[in-house]
Design a protein around this ligand. Structure first.
Ligand code: SF4
Ligand code: SF4
Length: 341
């Protein structure tokens, strides 16, 4: 059901929703950008629609709302432990279609990858409803169409931002009476990106060969990558973390266990007991990430992990392009196939 209303009426609606919901959206965080005097677009709580940055791609995804950068799992003393708690509000997130599809990948990893769901993820994720921001035009480096993640109908509300007003499609019954009171009924179907400037050809799984794993392609990345991990932290589908036990100074027998984001590009990520370490050269880390995003995950779950948001390309200080990497992999395999025919 479609509704339109002026921004001031939508803001009043947001205020009434805020009694029950924490409301997150991409927001301009001034002077926190990569270079001096630059901003960053990240997810934070908002009070009014004017704070939402919808004309630019966010540098970071909404994953930190359900998978915080640092999260206390439990507190311990010598004799017992106590699980951490979360806030009692529900969560509304303003999010693009690709990121709703990205969240589905996170759900698969945290909730369906093995016999037990991750309770620390689940307890936040089950609170979430999506307000899908209409996304009609592709941004730089996006290749969502190639990855089939440009479209979704998995939302409670869809929204299109116009000058001083918003138009919404409200699918979730719990919100309908609020919107009926605040706006006038209109017809509205959200539009989707149909074409990106960047296109990738993802090779089919059965075409991946052992030769690809030893190809010189990865040596190029070994020279260029600096293992900063920005591609991991900006990626909505990267879900790796380390656990840390923090002992309190006053009483080192008590403390807390936290989990903290980690990433396959970062040094020491593969450190194991006994001093073992794997993928010490940076090229093999690029290979590992690439294969996970476009091969291994697909083999297990039937869809690609990468959603083509292009944030890894946006963020890489060494101008390493993941979309170009996928296309190079495809070209190598096509050449191999032609040679073997
Ligand atoms: S690998 Fe890059 S393009 Fe793919 S989902 Fe992650 S950040 Fe987006
Ligand atoms: S952002 Fe670029 S340089 Fe940094 S780890 Fe990723 S690929 Fe390497």
């Amino acid at each position: 059901m479609g509704f339109q209303m002026e921004n001031k009426d939508f803001n009043a609606l947001l205020q009434s929703l805020k009694k029950e919901y924490k409301i997150y959206a991409p927001k301009r965080l001034e002077k926190r950008g990569r270079f001096s005097d630059t901003d960053i677009i990240g997810y934070e709580e908002i009070d009014e629609v004017e704070e939402i940055v919808y004309t630019e791609k966010s540098h970071y995804s909404p994953k930190e709302i359900v998978f915080p950068i640092t999260q206390t799992l439990f507190y311990f003393t010598e004799e017992e432990y106590k699980e951490s708690t979360v806030h009692d509000k529900k969560i509304l997130i303003f999010v693009r279609p690709c990121d709703i599809n990205g969240m589905k990948r996170l759900d698969t990893i945290f909730l369906q990858n093995g016999p037990y769901a991750d309770v620390y993820y689940e307890r936040l994720r089950e609170k979430v409803k999506f307000v899908m921001m209409e996304c009609k035009e592709s941004f730089e480096n996006c290749f969502c169409v190639s990855m089939n993640s440009n479209y979704t109908d998995n939302y409670s509300i869809a929204i299109s931002f116009k000058e001083n007003k918003v138009v919404c499609d409200v699918k979730d019954e719990t919100f309908k009476s609020l919107f009926e009171k605040a706006g006038e009924k209109v017809d509205f179907i959200p539009a989707y990106v149909k074409e990106n400037h960047v296109k990738v050809n993802v090779p089919e799984g059965e075409k991946i060969t052992i030769e690809l794993f030893n190809h010189d392609l990865w040596k190029d990345y070994a020279k260029r990558c600096i293992a900063c991990g920005r591609c991991n932290t900006s990626c909505i589908t990267c879900s790796c973390f380390n656990t840390q036990d923090i002992a309190y100074e006053e009483n080192p027998e008590s403390g807390e266990r936290r989990r903290v984001w980690a990433g396959c590009h970062i040094d020491k990520f593969t450190n194991m007991a006994g001093g073992h370490e794997f993928r010490t050269d940076y090229g093999s880390r690029m290979r590992f990430k690439t294969m996970h995003k476009i091969y291994d995950y697909h083999k297990r779950f039937g869809e690609h992990m990468c959603i083509g948001c292009g944030r890894c390309d946006d963020r890489c200080p060494e101008y390493i392009s993941f979309s170009k990497c996928i296309n190079k992999v495809n070209e190598i395999l096509e050449k191999e196939e032609a040679t073997n025919e």
